[in-house]
Design a protein around this ligand. Structure first.
Ligand code: GLU
Length: 444
């Protein structure tokens, strides 16, 4: 394949979509060598087909706010690729959401879901709706209006949405409630449901826990352990909280936590009170970390990013491109051992290149955060079988998944000098399963 030509075509066909182009570029550049050695992929035009979503659904969402005014938002579902299973991926509510955002996320999701070992295709949806500052009733009305449009396109064996930024258990509840009413059925059409109504017990923790299991696997592969390692974490959702909780439980020192307003520096490993307070801050919907510093008497640095503080491990858990080349250089200068991207495409391409060049151990989000959608896949299995598993059972399966993802990254990413290129490993392993399925399934 001619990567330059392919990328030029992708850029021409998807003008003004830098995030999608960034995600595609990273994948194509890392699988190029593998594809060149296996001419069948070229024969079946697998790459050309993979960079084109199966279909995109766009709709108007209208809802009435508490003042009686009618509001209009845009809703989307990008059904990217269902070669290996039903479309699967979250829904994001954030003012920055555009088609570009959801195409990049849907593309990433296809590779990530393939890595989980479960039969799930890739999809993503969302809206430019901003949940910040909205009342409980406004959130409910918006979720219901969104689902009124979406429900004909999804189904337990067709397309199974879940949460993402701005969509947690509460929003999944309102959307699922509306689906149930419209479709007159109670199936596993969404994941991230409450444990009392079909949800998997460990789903809220799964992404963060899985990320830390992946960190552990990477450390083990380099003859290190997590105990005593200092960690910086960005972000406010379930992901950051899950990561902080598991890392603390395993004896790491979560030193820095950041929000859009700045960061805090803990002096000692986090206490249960502090971990619980992270959840409180999140549910306050204010997205600020300063109150943590006020409550626990620790240092707050306003308006700066977490990445300027010296730590052993950095875990971006917030947003795409939240760690750039300057941040990477600062981390490298401070002697960072590992950067584990837990947000989707949390690092810019330049940042990844700088980290890899300095031989910092680097994990891409599609490998490290796959535990979230992995446990969603378990929730689908439980719903289909009308059964429930204990937290221990789910955790054991999550562990197996993260181990398998790590093994695959090593298998396809280990370089001659011993450095493990986890980006390359994850992309090749994710690619093979989807590409081979597309060949098996014929051209249709
Ligand atoms: N939004 C999550 C992700 O980026 C989870 C998706 C899901 O559970 O379907 O993978």
């Amino acid at each position: 394949m001619n990567v330059k030509q392919l990328l030029a075509d992708v850029e021409a066909k998807n003008p003004g979509e830098p995030l999608f182009l960034q995600a595609v570029t990273e994948v194509l550049e890392t699988i190029e060598e593998y594809v060149a050695k296996n001419p069948k992929y070229d024969k079946y035009s697998i790459i050309e087909r993979m960079v084109e979503p199966d279909r995109i659904i766009q709709f108007r969402v209208e809802w009435v706010d508490d003042n009686g005014k009618v509001n209009v938002n845009r809703g989307y579902r990008v059904q990217f690729n269902n070669a290996i299973g039903p479309y699967k991926g979250g829904i994001r509510f954030h003012p920055s959401v555009t088609l570009d955002t959801l195409k990049f996320l849907g593309f990433e999701q296809t590779f990530k879901n393939s890595l989980t070992t479960l039969p799930m295709g890739g999809g993503k949806g969302g809206s430019d709706f901003n949940p910040q500052g909205k009342s409980e009733n406004e959130i409910m009305r918006f979720c219901q209006a969104f689902m009124t449009e979406l429900y004909t396109y999804i189904g337990a064996d067709k397309d199974v949405p879940a949460g993402d930024i701005g969509v947690g258990g509460r929003e999944v509840g309102y959307m699922y409630g509306m689906y149930k009413k419209l479709a007159r059925e109670n199936t596993g059409v969404m994941t991230g449901k409450g444990a009392g109504w079909g949800g998997s017990i460990l789903r809220p923790e799964a992404t963060g826990f899985g990320g830390v299991y992946f960190v552990n696997n990477m450390l083990k592969a380099h003859n290190m352990t997590i105990e005593g390692k200092s960690i910086s974490i960005s972000g406010f959702g379930n992901v950051a909280w899950g990561a902080a909780t598991k890392a603390t439980e395993l004896g790491a020192f979560v030193k820095v936590i950041s929000g859009p307003d700045g960061y805090i520096i803990n002096e000692k490993p986090m206490t249960q009170d502090q971990l619980d307070y992270m959840l409180e801050l999140r549910s306050s919907n204010n997205n600020v970390i300063k109150p943590y510093a006020d409550k626990f008497g620790v240092k707050f640095v306003a308006g700066k990013k977490a990445w300027e503080v010296k730590v052993d491990i950095a875990m971006p858990c917030a947003f795409q491109n939240e760690l750039n080349a300057d941040d990477a250089k600062q981390l490298i200068a401070n002697g960072v051992t590992m950067v584990c991207e837990v947000s989707n495409m949390g690092c810019t391409a330049d940042a990844i290149h700088a980290l890899q060049h300095a031989k910092v151990i680097f994990a891409p989000g599609k490998a490290a955060n796959a535990g979230g959608v992995g446990v969603s896949g378990l929730e689908m299995s439980q719903n289909a079988g009308h059964i429930s598993w204990t937290g221990e059972e789910v955790d054991a399966k999550l562990h197996q998944m993260m181990d398998s993802i790590h093994e695959n990254c090593v298998k396809y990413g280990k370089q001659e000098d011993g450095y493990i290129n986890y980006v390359k490993g994850a992309n090749i392993a994710g690619f093979i399963k989807v590409a081979d399925a597309m060949i098996d399934l014929g051209v249709c």
